[in-house]
Design a protein around this ligand. Structure first.
Ligand SMILES: *Cc1c(COP(=O)(O)O)cnc(C)c1O
Length: 398
């Protein structure tokens, strides 16, 4: 059946609002035109609001989030520098792999998948590092592979307690613009995001928040960089331009996306994600299944990784949902391949869009033989959304 919408319920790319799509449906333009800064400057100013930074800079590269990881590392570190990182999912693992390929000495803490940044172990290793050999501490704020959110503020408190000068690097690709993220308040030095998740755009922009401390570190950092050089970018941005051709259509899309996020209000955006996520969690409980995230402190409000019982293959659930119902769910990656499927619940989304994904998941799970009660997850989410609808004070009509 090919009539009707496809349902996209992966944790990025997310659903693109019509306003964003229409903002990008325009003729190409001259990125050296005298009025181009009128587009660029307000975008950079509004990105700072979303990253919650006043003292830092936010820069935009034509790249995916992975390019943002690379920019953060290449600008601020030197060959052989030591960084502390934890591996607890495919994305935290890949950032570590990038650091290793750049010749850094990565002190890796292996953490069971389903848990987040190991605060006690981070403290122990930082405390032992009296010589301050560790130059950077990496945190994957929201591990998209397992649906785990970590406590970035707590890592900042550890660094402050120990008066440890390491830079704090945060992967916020699947958190920034969706769940609480505070670059200044949490003392984040490098904050990496991308366009295709909370920003509701196609992939193609790496968006990186950079603190003044990180900019100072960039002056003596010796890893090579050219395309991702912060200095070139910030100098050109000051004039309202870019050091090379920017992705102009994506910038127009970003303008529309920032308008939507700021009109809704970031606190409301975070609350909406929390409420939609809670509906998914109620559904998972009603199905009698478990999340990969091992404890509520780690539950992610942007993605849920749902474990299928032993003897079942989660990839089959995902394939069936796609082939029979044109619903895209996220597959299990790497260590959790075949064990989890993921529902992305971030970006441009409301209750009924989540319920579509839950209904399709339920149908596909039953098709492959899982003993979930028909309608049970949908009913649990519906009731939660009904109970909490009035409290949001939001009318959907706009
Ligand atoms: C999506 C994602 C990335 C980067 O992905 P790209 O495909 O390069 O945009 C990095 N980290 C996390 C946590 C992600 O979810």
């Amino acid at each position: 059946m090919t009539s009707g919408n496809r349902v996209l319920a992966i944790p990025g790319p997310t659903n693109m609002p019509d306003k964003v799509r229409m903002a990008m449906d325009r003729a190409l333009e001259d990125h050296r035109a005298p009025d181009f800064p009128e587009l660029v400057r307000p975008i950079l100013a509004d990105l700072k609001k979303v990253f919650r930074t006043e003292s830092g800079e936010v820069v935009i590269f034509p790249a995916s989030g992975t390019g943002g990881w690379e920019a953060a590392i290449a600008n601020t570190l030197s060959p052989g520098d030591k960084v502390l990182a934890a591996s607890f999912g495919q994305f935290s693992h890949l950032w570590i792999d990038l650091c290793q390929r750049f010749g850094l000495d990565v002190d890796v803490v292996e953490v069971p998948w389903g848990e987040g940044v190991p605060l006690a172990e981070y403290r122990r290793r930082l405390e032992a590092d009296r010589a301050h050999a560790i130059k950077g501490v990496l945190v994957c704020h929201n591990e998209t592979a397992t649906g785990v959110t970590s406590d970035v503020a707590a890592v900042r408190r550890i660094l402050d307690d120990l008066a440890h000068p390491a830079l704090l690097y945060v992967d916020g690709v699947s958190s920034i613009a969706s769940i609480d993220f505070q670059m200044d308040a949490w003392g984040v030095d490098l904050a990496v995001s991308g366009s295709q998740k909370g920003f509701m755009l196609p992939a193609g922009l790496a968006i990186v928040g950079v603190s003044q401390k990180a900019l100072a570190a960039a002056e003596s950092a010796r890893l090579p960089r050219c395309f991702f050089d912060f200095g070139d970018m910030i100098r050109a941005n000051r004039e309202g331009y870019f050091p090379y051709t920017p992705a102009t259509l994506l910038l127009h899309g970003l303008r529309a996306s920032l308008d939507m996020l700021l009109a809704e209000g970031l606190e409301n955006v975070y609350a909406r994600h929390n409420r939609l996520a809670e509906g998914v969690r109620r559904a998972v409980a009603a199905w009698g299944l478990e999340l990969c995230a091992r404890a509520p402190e780690w539950y992610s409000d942007t993605v849920s990784a749902i474990m299928v019982p032993d003897g079942f293959d989660s990839a089959e659930v995902v394939r069936t949902a796609y082939e029979r119902y044109r619903l895209s769910l996220g597959v299990g990656l790497s260590k959790v391949a075949g064990k989890v499927f993921r529902i992305g619940h971030l970006g441009w989304l409301n209750e009924l869009m989540v319920i579509e994904a839950l209904a399709g998941s339920e149908m596909a799970m039953r098709d492959v033989g899982l003993a979930v009660e028909p309608g049970s997850g949908v009913a649990a989410a519906e009731e939660f959304y009904r109970e909490t609808a009035a409290a949001t004070g939001m009318k959907q009509v706009a």
